[in-house]
Design a protein around this ligand. Structure first.
Ligand code: ATP
Length: 557
């Protein structure tokens, strides 16, 4: 089933125009070059008309040579202008890529997590691949549409000088183009988006097979991987056929129209010539202009396919960019003095639900003083991880009150708060990059001595330094070649290096082997410069905590 087909041609056109507007300077160059090119190209039929005139007049003079040179020069200039247009279009393509890359990199960490709760984010980000279609499509549109439109306009103006009948030709031409677009574009756009939806579903499914490749190795005989692929491919092919039918319809109308107009124009031209209302030179010139105009109309109609592709690409790319992001407007400016190293947290009547009516946290209240060590426990699914996520400021839509040093959490700028919080999520993953990047997360204030100190503490130092490139060694994507404990050690070391005010810990790190687990526990318990809130069932750890929040009992209270 397609994921979104309710895009109207109007809103898609608006987005396309907004994008073109961002490049208005470059686009105006393209139009300028196209207009010049259009004028110069007209020199061809006019020149030929004059040459025929001279030949028929039997004049073989210098003016004939000048005219020939004039026509050749016109063709050459038109070519040069086209090259200039191509340069501008290349610049636009490069800018589109750079703009979208940064828009994605900037936006993704800011996405409101609840808004993508139903998505697998890396899959959603596949939409970035539509950048290539947008670059190609837009540059084609920017080159073809202005050139074709201007040629049609100039051609029609010139024809109307030969005979008023050609004005009628112009009006019919314009009307046909508009009617074709008006009648077919909603279906064209809808089927194009549907086709693209299926394309992404197929890609997602292939990625899923690859991600769970070990599982699928064992289930090949059942053919699930092929059955689902077959279903999605059938959907794609149906949508594509529907889209192709729209394009074919447009093309058929165009061919019928071209045949009629060519016949009509030849007959009208011949009649005008026979009646001596135009001369032979004018007849040839008019036919050249008509053929040129018709081929420009053809270009316009064929460009419709590109228009659909571009509109679809914009919709797809927007799927990530238009997701709600962390709110910024209501935030107050907080100074360093307001946010000292250790934080005091006060939670009153906190409730949270992922879906309306399904409370995960219900009326929870507690207070944590700076530097306190708090254990969180509770039955499976009682909301322990959710509580950490809410406290980390990842979900803004909670009810009740969370005060940080007396300041409501919703008034704290998200980035500022998150720079004070470190979170160990058991399912958090490493990213493709060096050990150094995975440990420091790009924080240039962290020096090598702190990194080594923490790595010694968690038992990573020897492991990393025995690698050929030490801390600059590249981790494989998702850290799959690392042992589970190595991943846990990197994640806990990352949290410690952040020197947080509040350290939120899911369980998992407690699987780290002795003596490192004991060293980590000592650090967490003895260092009072930061508060710890840890999900744990470990009696030893719980015994040493200042406070225990039991969600299975607290919430029912
Ligand atoms: N992103 C999410 N979207 C919707 N529901 C969610 C989401 N994350 C968790 N839940 C649901 O919220 C409830 C609480 O989940 P949470 O992971 O916070 O519990 P937990 O106490 O940490 O559980 P566990 O001990 O099994 O890890 C569960 O019913 C879970 O299915």
């Amino acid at each position: 089933m397609a994921e979104s087909t309710s895009v109207s041609v109007k809103s898609a056109t608006k987005k396309l125009l907004q994008l073109v507007n961002l490049e208005r300077k470059e686009v105006s160059y393209i139009y300028f070059f196209a207009a010049l090119g259009g004028i110069i190209q007209l020199s061809l039929p006019l020149g030929i008309q004059a040459i025929i005139g001279l030949l028929f007049g039997g004049i073989l003079s210098a003016s004939l040579i000048v005219l020939i040179c004039f026509v050749v020069l016109g063709v050459m200039l038109a070519g040069i202008l086209q090259v200039m247009q191509m340069r501008v279009s290349e610049r636009i393509q490069q800018r589109i890529f750079a703009r979208l890359t940064f828009a994605y990199a900037y936006r993704i960490p800011k996405i409101d997590l609840l808004s993508v709760d139903n998505y697998y984010l890396p899959e959603l980000v596949n939409r970035f691949f539509d950048t290539a279609s947008l670059q190609k499509g837009l540059s084609k549109l920017l080159l073809d549409i202005p050139a074709a439109s201007i040629q049609i306009l100039f051609g029609l103006i010139l024809l109307s000088f030969y005979h008023p009948i050609f004005i009628v030709f112009g009006i019919v031409l314009l009307a046909v183009v508009l009617i074709i677009f008006y009648l077919t574009s909603p279906k064209g756009l809808r089927s194009s988006i549907e086709e693209s939806d299926y394309k992404y579903q197929v890609a997602h499914w292939l990625e899923e097979i690859s991600r769970a490749v070990k599982t699928f190795k064992f289930s090949q005989n059942f053919g699930l991987h092929l059955k689902k692929t077959d279903k999605l491919t059938a959907g794609y092919l149906d949508a594509r056929t529907e889209h192709f039918n729209v394009l074919i319809l447009q093309y058929r109308v165009l061919i019928a129209f071209k045949v009629t107009i060519t016949a009509a124009m030849l007959i009208i031209g011949s009649l005008l010539l026979i009646r001596q209302q135009i001369n032979l030179g004018q007849f040839v010139a008019a036919e050249i202009i008509i053929i040129g105009t018709l081929s420009s109309v053809e270009k316009l109609i064929v460009s419709l396919e590109t228009v659909y592709d571009v509109m679809t690409s914009i919709e797809k790319l927007d799927k990530v960019l238009q997701k709600p992001h962390d709110p910024e407007s209501s935030k107050l400016s907080i100074t360093d003095a307001d946010m000292s190293q250790s934080v005091d947290i006060s939670v009153a009547n906190l409730s949270f639900a992922y879906q309306e009516g399904k409370q995960v946290i219900n009326n929870l209240s507690f207070a944590v003083k700076p530097g306190e060590k708090v254990c969180i426990r509770g039955t499976e699914g009682s909301g322990k991880t959710t509580l950490l996520r809410v406290l980390a400021g990842l979900y803004g839509s909670y009810k009740g009150q969370i005060l940080v040093n007396g300041v409501p959490l919703q008034n704290l700028p998200a980035e500022q708060w998150r720079s004070k919080v470190a979170v160990y999520f058991a399912r958090e993953e490493l990213f493709s990059g060096t050990f150094w990047d995975n440990l420091t997360l790009g924080n240039e204030k962290i020096g090598i001595s702190s990194v080594i100190e923490v790595c010694n503490l968690v038992g990573l130092a020897d492991y990393i330094s025995s690698r050929e490139q030490g801390y600059q060694s590249i981790l494989d994507p998702l850290g799959q070649k690392l042992s589970d404990t190595a991943v846990q050690k990197i994640l806990i070391a990352r949290c410690m290096l952040a020197k947080p005010s509040l350290l939120l810990l899911e369980s998992g790190w407690q699987n780290i082997e002795e003596p490192y687990r004991r060293l980590i526990t000592e650090k967490l318990m003895n260092d009072r410069t930061f508060t710890v809130m840890a999900i744990t069932d470990n009696p030893e750890f719980i015994k040493r905590c200042d406070k225990v929040i039991d969600l299975s009992t607290t919430q029912k209270a």
